[in-house]
Design a protein around this ligand. Structure first.
Ligand code: HEM
Length: 174
């Protein structure tokens, strides 16, 4: 039932604080982009704390990601022309683990710019890129809900996950 407000338990998720790091120079655009979406080092603490849950389900995420891509013949063709299923899954898993380390620095930004160039090179249309991000986000939200029972924790985690995905989109879709 949608309208019954459940009695909340106290926040239970034990978050290590001070691990998340933003190491970017003041005044550069990427730092302003983070500020615009309110992605703080506290969010990165949360992102880091989510990493073990993501790690545990990497295969599930990669399989679902590939199943989604497969449904669009033009994407299947791009993959067959430029890569293999196994390589793509491996790349995605590695990338996701890195996305959840909780550090955003110049290396993080440069890597995303390289990835963006790679997708331009293979001719990936933006609409499919965005669709893939959406499906990735849904997998991440499912994992959060499965692992965290407290509503405040879930909200905090989902907010942090949407911010990191959005930031990544800002970098690769520019
Ligand atoms: C390459 C991530 C969407 C096809 C890559 C790389 C990463 C990545 C990390 C490796 C880049 C490098 O080696 O420098 C992502 C993420 C996506 C996404 C996070 C969105 C959520 C897509 C989509 C396709 C695709 C929708 C569909 C065709 C490829 C191909 C390569 C590649 C063919 C190059 C070959 C390879 O590394 O095996 N992607 N990608 N990607 N991506 Fe994506």
């Amino acid at each position: 039932m949608f309208f019954i407000k459940q009695k909340q338990t106290k926040q239970t998720w034990d978050l290590a604080k001070g691990i998340g790091k933003i190491e970017l120079s003041d005044g550069n655009d990427t730092k302003k982009q983070l500020e615009m979406i309110g992605l703080t080092s506290k969010d990165l603490d949360v992102i880091h704390a989510l990493q073990p849950f993501i790690k545990e389900k990497l295969d599930m995420i990669a399989n679902q990601y590939y199943r989604d891509l497969e449904q669009e013949p033009s994407l299947l063709k791009i993959i067959q022309d430029n890569s293999t299923t196994d390589r793509l899954k491996r790349t995605l898993k590695q990338h996701l683990l890195e996305m959840f380390t909780g550090t955003i620095n110049e290396e993080f930004i440069e890597k995303r710019i390289r990835i963006a160039h790679m997708h331009v090179k293979i001719g990936l249309p933006t609409k499919w890129y965005m669709a893939a991000f959406q499906n990735l986000l849904l997998s991440i939200i499912t994992i959060i809900v499965e692992n965290l029972t407290n509503t405040d924790d879930r909200l905090m985690a989902i907010q942090a996950a949407t911010k990191i995905i959005n930031f990544e989109q800002q970098l690769v879709l520019e």
